[in-house]
Design a protein around this ligand. Structure first.
Ligand code: FAD
Length: 481
């Protein structure tokens, strides 16, 4: 019987295990995970009647891997879309929450009138942004930072007041360093193909793909009725009983002359196991330590992926405590507003079943690459800080009826300028090793669907490599393609 070890029990590793098992049920698969529960950053809990997500609370459907996996796992009826009402986001602007103009998606206004009448930018700022149609396209083919791209095309004011907080909300990143090519390549494609993002958006409008929400394309998102942990639990249910090895970190891995791998796993120093293939699905700094003993250059590339940290404070209130209308899905906070939170998501407005009718659940994000120092505060002070900011911004009376905090330390990979070159190098080095695959959020997308895709692709490659050694496996790789 062939055996494969999956290192890391987050959604990337679990997806790899699921697709390995689906393709070849006789394969002996073990998932090694140091925590006492699977899922990595994904975790849903129910606290005092509120359904709280520690990290991801939904996923995009344009990368179809999460929806496809959910459907395959029998969760089709549990997939839910964001509520129809309130499909917009606000931005804090000179101390007030204002709606992001409808049609303004991340950085490109697809509808001119709402953009021009919005009070987020000054008259000069709007004029400069509208002048984007006259800005010549960039001739240099190299990667560019998000900040440089947006300031060059739309001007600094639009960057600071709209784009920075929206990007900060997604990547918790410093836009000065964030790679456009690795995160949102379609915007540079628009520039190259149409000479202007505004022109490209208007063209899309003519072809009927008009966007009515502002901030994100909410119509393209989904979640699971019982929360994101449903996905994790359903994968586990499909795997053989002893696949998941909790409280079992991988501590070393060594390639053997016979083409197999020796892994040191668990907390005791003498636990070794020998396997035919390995999927490494840990954060890049952990993967770097694991491969360091046999490929220093691969370890260096993995180790150079930076990570940011953040805290998610979930607060439950009685509806009547809140003094602002809950007619959006939340708000983002530009750094120039000099507040101490990045964003706030109105979880129970966005998705049904997150709080009772009389209550509201909100999630406050703190930290990220630009406010990393805040993460040094103890948890009670972070919660206090979130409550204090919200009581001012959302005119909240009194204390929350539920509060919970999750600190995510070094869990958010930062795709800095040059990231794609680094990934190419990582791929090249990995190919030198038989039946070794690297998966996870550090490589080709931080979103849940991209992580699932990375796990599935890793599984496919392992199955292909094993099948080239053993003909009996060959039908399996076909079923995964
Ligand atoms: C606050 C937050 C909000 C987010 N919101 C969204 C969202 O709304 N939508 C979306 O699509 N995405 C979102 N994401 C991103 C997405 O959730 C993650 O990118 C994804 O879940 C990462 O999965 P992963 O398996 O690659 O990594 P992880 O979840 O980090 O899993 C890695 C696993 O490796 C394990 N590990 C570490 N060391 C070892 C070792 N030595 N041996 C074995 N295992 C080890 C860890 O314990 C962990 O379980 C969010 C992320 C965060 C942090």
């Amino acid at each position: 019987m062939k055996s494969v070890a999956v290192i890391g029990g987050g959604i990337s590793g679990l997806s790899a295990a699921y697709y390995l098992h689906r393709s070849y049920s006789d394969l002996d698969i073990k998932v090694y995970e140091p925590a006492d529960r699977p899922g990595g950053v994904i975790q849903t809990t129910v606290n005092d009647g509120f359904l709280v997500e520690d990290a991801a609370d939904n996923f995009i459907t344009t990368t179809p891997d999460a929806v496809e996996l959910a459907e395959e796992l029998g969760l089709a009826d549990d997939l839910i879309k964001p509520s129809d009402s309130g499909r917009q986001a606000c931005v804090l602007s000179r101390g007030r929450l204002r709606p992001i103009p409808p049609g303004f998606i991340i950085m490109a206004p697809s509808r001119i009138w709402p953009f021009l009448t919005s009070r987020i930018l000054s008259g000069w700022g709007k004029l400069r942004a509208a002048g984007e149609v006259f800005v010549p396209k960039r001739r240099v083919a190299s990667d560019e930072s998000m900040e440089s791209f947006v300031c060059r095309r739309f001007g600094r004011e639009m960057f600071e007041r709209l784009v920075q907080p929206l990007i900060g909300g997604i990547y918790t990143a410093d836009p000065k360093l964030l790679s456009l090519a690795a995160t949102m390549p379609r915007f540079s494609q628009m520039e190259q193909e149409h000479g202007s993002l505004i022109r490209a958006m208007l063209k899309q409008k003519k072809t009927g793909t008009r966007e009515s929400s502002g901030g994100a394309r909410y119509s393209q998102f989904m979640t699971l009725r019982g929360g994101m942990s449903k996905l994790v639990d359903s994968i586990i249910e499909k795997l053989p009983a002893n696949t998941l090895q909790l409280q079992t970190p991988a501590r070393a891995m060594i390639p053997l002359d016979n083409g197999r791998w020796a892994l040191r796993v668990g907390r005791a120093s003498n636990e070794w196991t020998h396997v035919d293939g390995v999927v490494v699905a840990t954060p890049a700094h952990v993967s770097s330590d694991l491969v360091n003993s046999f490929d220093r250059r691969l370890a260096d590339e993995l180790g150079s992926v930076n990570y940011a940290s953040c805290a998610v404070v979930s607060l439950g209130y009685r509806r009547k405590q809140i003094g602002v209308p809950l007619n959006s899905f939340g708000f983002v906070v530009p750094l120039i507003e000099r507040r101490l939170i990045l964003s706030c998501s109105y979880s129970s407005v966005k998705y049904e079943g997150r709080a009772s009718k009389d209550h509201v659940l909100v999630r406050v994000f703190i930290g990220g690459a630009c406010q990393a120092n805040l993460l040094q505060l103890p948890e009670d002070q972070l919660m206090e800080l979130a409550e204090w900011e919200l009581s001012d911004l959302m005119k909240i009376q009194g204390a929350p009826v539920m509060r919970i905090i999750k600190r995510h330390m070094r869990t958010m990979p930062q795709y800095h300028v040059g990231h794609l070159n680094r990934i190419r190098d990582i791929d090249r080095r990995t190919q030198n090793w038989r039946c070794l695959q690297i998966a996870g959020s550090a490589l080709r997308g931080v979103g849940v669907p991209s992580c699932i895709k990375s796990g599935r692709e890793a599984a496919l490659k392992i199955v292909q490599e094993l099948s080239s050694r053993q003909p009996a496996l060959s039908y399996a790789s076909e079923s995964l393609a």
